[in-house]
Design a protein around this ligand. Sequence first.
Ligand code: DI6
Ligand code: FE
Length: 409
Amino acid sequence: MSEPRWDRLLLNATLATFVGDTPCGLVERGAIALHHGRIAWVGRMDELPDAPGTLAAAVESLDGALVTPGLIDCHTHLVFGGDRAQEFDLRLNGASYEEIARAGGGIVSTVNATRAASEEQLFAQSLPRAQALLADGVSTLEIKSGYGLELDSERRMLRVARRIGRELGISVRTSFLGLHALPPEYTDRRDDYVALACDELLPALAAEGLLDAVDAFCENIGFTRGETHRVFERAQQLGLPVKLHAEQLSDQDGAALVAEFGGLSADHLEYLSEPGIKAMAAAGTVAVLLPGAFYALRETKLPPIALLREHGVAIAIATDCNPGTSPLLSLRMAAGMACTLFRLTPEEALRGVTVNAARALGLHDRGTLAAGQRADLAVWKVKRPAELCYWIGGSLVREVYVGGESVTV
Ligand code: DI6
Ligand code: FE
């Protein structure tokens, strides 16, 4: 008897492939073959080239269970020290996020806790957050620096981010967010800090191979458009793609700036204007919406969804997992919130955590179920794609495969 051609064959699956024009690219009574870490074959079971038992070393029937690409969380800050539960209390009693930040709380309080944590402590505190995301179907995760704001602490955060990927067997992409907040020791010396971030921290961390992209917080309580321009220029010199926290609390024309640099994504976008949308559409910059932050800040201004659709801007959804504005540990929940709060369709939200999220990270080898893609899959306990957005909470994951291997969730 000849050797089976595939490592593993999953049968009787409902496949949300996100390929083609049908809703979610759905294939009923589908089969998907995994081989050497890649998807080797996808289609209807009745189109398999031979009897299943002869095709693969391991064959499993899924009884109609839904299979999606492994989910991709393209915007998180999940490596940090401490928490900000006390600030949550202050906000519930009427203080605004800006007021807390201007009074020296907010991001800066997490900077202090992160600087005080050793690499082991930071790893021990952050790992469970990544585990929670994985348990909810995430197989690729972006993690930003930005709570260190000096070389050793930024490096520690990024090393912990990479280590989380190795520990859990998932993909972690890292972004430098040196322009996140002005560190307390640079009060009244803004230019010196921006110079430090652009000319010392960024090149040093890039040289250590710790960075995949560069981000900034372009906001009236963050950094100006000019300062953002400066860090983007340096990123460009170093060959790193850019992305931006843009138009979250006010319109700084940041989306147009990141588009001008051919950026991967502009993120948040509640205050985005039509010229910004047009610039994003022309540059192919993805709109990353973060409903967790919208919810936690009790924001009322909605991102301009109708205009994003009209101009054909790809929409992704992420958790923004961070201790201040979005302590959210479920990407599926973020997708559900995008439906309920932003009125995305479940299909749009699910494209937002798969195919469009891959694009927001500049990754072309994942985010759909197609032959040749990485074998990153989530097998669910439900049968219809919309259920992933409809159920609030609970644990719906049956199995996650990363690079063809089942990982413990
Ligand atoms: N925007 C956000 O939503 C997070 N960072 C940012 O630039 C919030 C970070 C925090 O409050 O700790
Ligand atoms: Fe963020």
